[in-house]
Write a protein that binds this ligand. Structure first.
Ligand SMILES: CC(C)(COP(=O)(O)OP(=O)(O)OC[C@H]1O[C@@H](n2cnc3c(N)ncnc32)[C@H](O)[C@@H]1OP(=O)(O)O)[C@@H](O)C(=O)NCCC(=O)NCCS
Length: 239
């Protein structure tokens, strides 16, 4: 009953920030921390990370698995069944066996973990794609449905297949450079929506004469033991 009420209170409190966390705080692991900016929407997902920061307006559909992942930028679209931060070296490959029976029996310790995966801003991840731990997905990238991403993805690349390979880039090199320089994801949704979003050249031109103003997205921190607004917090510049 207490659990039900905790989930309910937290979810209701998050709504003040336009945030949806369908699974509630009790779906986090013990000691796990989820930091979210305004407008984040997370459906029923599995959460196994130690600490994850999710940028404003990013949404995830159901059955997503957030494993060894530390950062997801703003304005990302994450499809059903996506796995981010899958471990790649959870078992020893160069011991007698790869089975964990060895750890306890011989008092050995196996350190297999790699660094957490990181996803930039404006990344679209298609249904059932898998991104391994340690991978850095650049801002503006697209991960095709069912792709298996084992290596870093450059900004604005579209990758597909198993293992994922670049099939093309979303824009020309000069437009990519200008979009990254514009740091448009710093802006408020209201400011962005009155700009020519369907014409990147015109958008960039406008950003030169009228740079996107840094919006103050409110940020909250959620764990199993409590939740609060974070004052003066800011996300990473770019991936
Ligand atoms: C990757 C994607 C965005 C298409 O990008 P695109 O640049 O327009 O790609 P195209 O359709 O022109 O295909 C280009 C090549 O990539 C291949 N390709 C496209 N999607 C692929 C996929 N998911 N896996 C493997 N290969 C794929 C095509 O077969 C084609 O190969 P070819 O050149 O040998 O014929 C799209 O296929 C996709 O996966 N979208 C995600 C959809 C989704 O999951 N939606 C729900 C979540 S919101």
């Amino acid at each position: 009953m207490i659990d039900f009420l905790m989930n309910h209170w937290c979810k209701r409190w998050l709504r003040r920030y336009g945030i949806k966390l369908a699974s509630g705080p009790l779906a986090l692991r013990k000691g796990g921390r989820l930091i979210m900016e305004e407008g984040v929407s997370i459906s029923t997902v599995k959460m196994e990370f130690d600490s994850l920061r999710v940028g404003a307006m990013t949404y995830m559909r159901s059955a997503v698995e957030l494993l060894n992942v530390g950062y997801i930028g703003r304005f990302c679209s994450i499809g059903t069944g996506v796995v981010i931060g899958q471990d790649r070296a959870g078992h020893p490959l160069d011991w007698v066996s790869s089975h964990p029976f060895q750890h306890a029996a011989a008092g050995l310790e196996y350190e297999g973990g790699r660094r957490a995966a990181e996803i930039g801003h404006d990344v679209w991840i298609g249904r059932d794609a898998m991104i391994l731990e340690g991978v850095n997905v650049g801002t503006g990238a697209v991960i095709a449905s069912r792709a298996m991403v084992t290596r870093d993805v450059p900004p604005y690349a579209i990758v597909a297949g198993m293992p994922a390979r670049i099939i093309r880039y979303r824009h020309s090199p000069s437009i990519i450079a200008d979009l990254i320089a514009s740091e448009w994801w710093e802006g408020s949704v209201m400011d962005l929506q009155r700009r020519p979003l369907n014409r990147p050249e015109a958008f960039i031109q406008q950003c030169r004469s009228e740079p996107v103003a840094r919006a103050a997205y409110r940020t909250v921190s959620v764990s199993r033991s409590g939740w609060s607004e974070l004052a003066g917090e800011h996300h990473k510049e770019s991936c």
